[in-house]
Write a new protein. Structure first.
Length: 251
């Protein structure tokens, strides 16, 4: 495959019909075999080693079609579908803030801009365009996370006695964070919606990769030194996607 991520069609047999459902394919240098992940709102991701053929991916998905269907049904029963609605308030648990959102139309505007005034973020422009509003809110979230997470990450790096080159804030669809071999730590700005202890654990986890670029026993021993309750926190973090509001558009 020429790109790291592709959208393909997942066909699930339902009686005589075959209904296509999107799933994503992510190539991973670390992957040694194909794997399927199903996320709380039903999105399906197939993680594959480099240079895996599309035919092999399709065959792997067909082989696990029943498991995918059952898992999606389990998630659907546990997490009912939420109706989409632009927010009036945004609860940023990760930094202990609740922010009000106000929408102000502006004639002849080409898009939507945001401005934060204290505990209120104001969207101005084509506010009848929900997609444009979401994009503006996501830009705002990224800025909030960059400022809030940057200071906390530096403080924790000092505590752990490790260093990193730079912080990158994104909205990854499949992970909360990463630490590259070049020293870049990426944090998902959706972590703003998580409890503070989960944000702290996420940062400790990624900072420990400065010493061990793997999940070896020595890596987990280092994590445990600074967060003894890491097992429980890691499990909570794995299921944290259900806390992301539907309007954010991650799942």
């Amino acid at each position: 495959m020429s790109r790291a991520t592709r959208q393909l069609a997942l066909f699930a047999d339902t009686g005589s019909d075959r209904q296509p459902q999107d799933f994503s394919v992510r190539e991973s240098r670390r992957a040694k075999r194909l794997a399927i992940k199903v996320y709380p709102r039903g999105n399906v991701e197939v993680v594959v080693p480099k240079r895996t053929s599309a035919a092999d991916v399709a065959a792997f998905v067909r082989e696990h079609r029943d498991w995918i269907r059952r898992t999606r049904e389990q998630f659907a029963s546990a997490h009912p579908t939420e109706p989409f609605a632009l927010p009036q308030h945004v609860d940023l648990q990760g930094i202990g803030k609740t922010v009000s959102v106000r929408y102000r139309p502006r004639q002849n505007a080409k898009g939507v801009r945001f401005r934060q005034l204290g505990d209120t973020v104001v969207l101005t422009g084509r506010i009848d365009d929900e997609e444009a509003c979401v994009l503006a809110l996501r830009r705002w979230l990224a800025g909030v996370a960059r400022e809030a997470f940057g200071a906390r990450l530096e403080s924790l790096a000092s505590l752990l006695g490790v260093s990193y080159q730079r912080l990158q804030v994104r909205a990854q669809k499949t992970c909360w964070g990463s630490h590259s071999s070049s020293g870049t730590i990426s944090l998902n700005y959706c972590a703003l919606f998580l409890e503070p202890e989960l944000v702290r654990y996420l940062m400790i986890h990624e900072l420990c990769h400065a010493r061990h670029m793997n999940h070896s026993a020595r890596f987990w021993q280092l994590v445990e030194r600074f967060e003894p309750d890491y097992r429980s926190l890691d499990k909570r973090l794995s299921s944290g996607w259900q806390q992301i509001p539907i309007w954010v558009g991650i799942y």
